[in-house]
Design a protein. Structure first.
Lengths: 436, 297
């Protein structure tokens, strides 16, 4: 009996404490409760998106608050997490930082809230065309261009000079491969079985005037038509095969990603490399830390992505992030207001300065600070204008997976057989007749 | 007398069922439901991000899988990986179990801890360590073996070797722990009698120790074979299936999570489940593994 009374007493204390905490908590949150919180799922960066979120929260003046939530490191991981949440109609996803290649898939699955009419002109004026294109599905703007990325041709001035290559003029893949072979140096590419292999192949096929997917707006997987088994595909295969045959890809060619290619380029073997603009900042940081010599930085030059045909301008890769608003968000209007705030050109300039990610809005390149901090800014802006997006099909994952399987390792690519067998393989996957 | 015993036995059996019923019900709920759902989905053409094109295609997924060379290749890779790793682990694990059993009492806890450390490391972390050790950019193993320019992940056999080494390093402690329990169960006087009778070390091993711990060996083999057959992490981290190193689990992951093909992925999961069930059946029926005996009952 005594025991029961003691137990009851303990319960009373616990209940009282719970009520007290509840009251304190409620009164403490009363002011904030009226302000809707928008969750922005961001890809990992150097903190630039979180600081934009804080700026826009301050600017909203109580209309909304943006909190950020971090997605996995790589784009496929980000897609997996978002799709899993969106498939279960997660209303906590207000804003998403999306890799452009997944926009079509998300739109097709009706995971993205349509862009309101009022914003369309503002979101697309003065924005690089490929970034707008990668935010569009079946002629409808479904996402908002935020930042954009492109690859440049990085070269060691000493190597180009020794090989007698005039880098002030456009160069072709053949020229840089021959020059590297002649000087016993490397051509850094992304030969690893990963998304970067598709980035490389797509840029070569687009530069040769082709496209991996010729009808990106098609509705069913079985209707997708490919342009791999074409002259453009054969030319791309010939370049890959040549890099393998001549040995300029180095022993690590089949495992070379962006970072490994950079390390190779910074070594004594470095000659040429196609890679994203982070190279300059990363090399500069290593020089500042005393890991690399100052002379290396002076020896590094950059120009436009190499051409496939001498007479055809190249189509460099497009990367970056587009912003999507979740279809199940309870605050879609506010989310679009927030997106409008995030994508302002001055914020894109600030983001370029803080995180090294180039703007999708060309006006952002005019910032004097940007011009001072990024010597390559002018080339990046022009390269972005020429860039071509990867296939904007809802079935992108099957296409890129098929490419990564059939074009890897790059050294084994056969210009006569690979494009045809790759096309056949991907079409079979799309029709559900093969495993990937 | 016999009726009373039978009643007691009945009562014990009833009590046994009652005690295990909650666990059985929970297990059925958390495993039975997903298994049944996977079987149901496996008869659909169902892509998570293409809900409009979802339809029943009956056995088409199974037909595609069983006629696809990739499925048979992953089966072959998985079986090879299972046989190689389990065989090496059994020999190494047995040696380590003997070391743990016979180590001096003062150092025994340290020896056991040291041997068990790899097993305590998360598989993904272990896989990354091995990847970085062999990777051409960050690795040091190439330099140790006087082959600094060799790309370990550049072809099938070298990638396979590294994956096997990582698996063996990681899970040998588990097998040695199971074998240690078997070793510890052998009565000391039996060994003493053998020694007194003049049996050599090898005779004691082959005539007394190994026959007496057959049950423990078979259970260790069964557990590790099942584990090895489902290998995923090491392959995912080290090669992502490149150089034809994809295993059945990796293929299933790629189809269900990577491609979001829930229909095809479910069919693969069902086949993986059946493969694992078949391994169990082979061990229990053909090798006559008695799980109760291994527990010392």
């Amino acid at each position: 009996m005594k025991h029961t009374a003691r137990t009851r007493g303990r319960w009373r204390t616990v209940m009282a404490a719970a009520v007290l905490f509840g009251l304190v908590g409620a009164s403490g949150c009363a002011a904030d409760a009226a302000t809707p919180t928008l969750t922005w799922y961001i890809n990992p960066d150097n903190g630039g998106q979180a600081s934009i979120a804080a700026d826009c929260t301050a600017e909203a003046d109580g209309a909304y608050r943006i909190s950020t939530s971090l997605l996995p490191n790589d784009a496929p991981g980000q897609r997996e997490q978002l799709v899993r949440r969106l498939a279960s109609e997660d209303s906590s996803i207000d804003i998403m930082s999306l890799d452009p290649v997944y926009v079509a898939e998300m739109a097709n699955a009706e995971y993205l809230a349509p862009v309101p009419e009022d914003y369309i002109a503002e979101f697309t004026d003065g924005v690089i065309p490929s970034s707008v294109e990668s935010s569009t599905r079946q002629d409808e703007l479904v996402a908002t261009p935020f930042w954009a990325n492109t690859q440049l041709l990085w070269y060691r001035k000493s190597v180009a000079k020794a090989a007698g290559l005039d880098m002030s003029k456009p160069v072709t893949w053949d020229q840089i491969i021959d020059a590297a072979a002649q000087e016993d140096k490397r051509v850094g590419v992304q030969g690893i079985r990963a998304e970067s292999l598709t980035v490389w192949l797509n840029a070569m096929i687009e530069s040769a005037g082709g496209s991996i997917v010729t009808n990106p707006d098609s509705d069913g997987a079985a209707e997708v038509e490919l342009g791999i088994d074409t002259e453009a595909g054969e030319k791309a295969a010939a370049i890959m095969a040549k890099i393998g045959e001549t040995g300029v890809g180095g022993p690590q060619l089949s495992n070379l990603d962006e970072n490994a290619a950079m390390l190779e380029f910074q070594s004594d073997d470095g000659g040429f490399m196609v890679n994203w603009p982070f190279i300059y900042a990363a090399t500069k940081a290593s020089v500042d830390d005393g890991v690399l010599e100052e002379s290396l930085l002076e020896d590094i030059g950059w120009t436009f992505y190499p051409r496939v045909d001498e007479a055809e301008e190249s189509s460099p890769p497009l990367g970056g992030i587009n912003l999507g608003v979740g279809a199940f968000s309870e605050h879609q209007d506010l989310a679009y207001r927030a997106v409008d705030c995030i994508r302002q050109p001055e914020r894109q300039s600030a983001y370029f300065l803080s995180d090294g990610n180039a703007p999708s809005n060309l006006a952002a390149f005019d910032d004097p600070e940007v011009q001072k901090e990024f010597p390559a800014a002018e080339v990046i802006a022009e390269s972005l204008k020429r860039s071509a997006a990867r296939p904007l099909t809802p079935y992108y994952n099957e296409v890129t997976g098929g490419i990564q399987k059939s074009w890897h390792p790059p050294g084994s690519v056969d210009p006569e057989r690979t494009p045809a067998s790759s096309q056949r393989f991907i079409l079979e996957i799309l029709r559900g007749e093969r495993l990937l | 007398m016999s009726t009373r015993l039978s009643n007691r036995a009945k009562g014990e059996m009833k009590l046994g069922w009652l005690l295990s019923a909650p666990a059985v019900i929970i297990l059925l709920a958390v495993t039975g439901y997903p298994i049944l759902q996977a079987v149901y989905y496996s008869f659909f053409n169902y892509r998570l991000t293409d809900p409009d094109n979802r339809f029943v295609n009956w056995g088409h997924n199974y037909l595609v899988i069983l006629t696809d060379p990739l499925w048979w290749q992953t089966i072959w890779v998985t079986l090879l990986l299972t046989v190689v790793t389990v065989a090496v682990e059994l020999v190494l694990g047995f040696a380590l179990a003997l070391v743990m059993l016979n180590a001096l009492k003062s150092v025994r806890p340290w020896v056991r801890t040291a041997i068990l450390i790899p097993y305590g490391i998360i598989t993904v972390v272990a896989a990354f360590s091995w990847k970085y050790a062999f990777d051409l950019g960050t690795g040091f193993v190439g330099t140790w073996l006087s082959m600094p320019g060799f790309d370990w992940f550049g072809d099938f056999w070298s990638s396979f070797l590294v994956i096997c080494a990582a698996e063996i390093w990681k899970t040998t402690p588990f097998i040695s722990l199971l074998l240690l329990s078997g070793l510890a169960q052998i009565p000391g006087d039996m060994l003493e009698a053998a020694t007194v009778d003049g049996a050599t070390w090898w005779q004691r091993m082959s005539k007394v120790i190994i026959p007496n711990m057959k049950a423990a060996i078979m259970v260790a083999l069964l557990f590790r074979t099942l584990d090895a057959f489902r290998v995923f992490d090491s392959v995912f981290v080290m090669t992502a299936g490149a150089q034809d190193t994809a295993t059945v689990s990796f293929l299933t992951y790629n189809q269900s999570i990577g491609q979001l093909q829930l229909g095809m992925g479910s069919a693969l999961s069902v086949l993986l489940f059946l493969s694992v069930a078949l391994i169990c059946l082979i061990f229990i029926k053909i090798f006559k593994v008695d799980l109760a005996q291994a527990r010392g009952e």
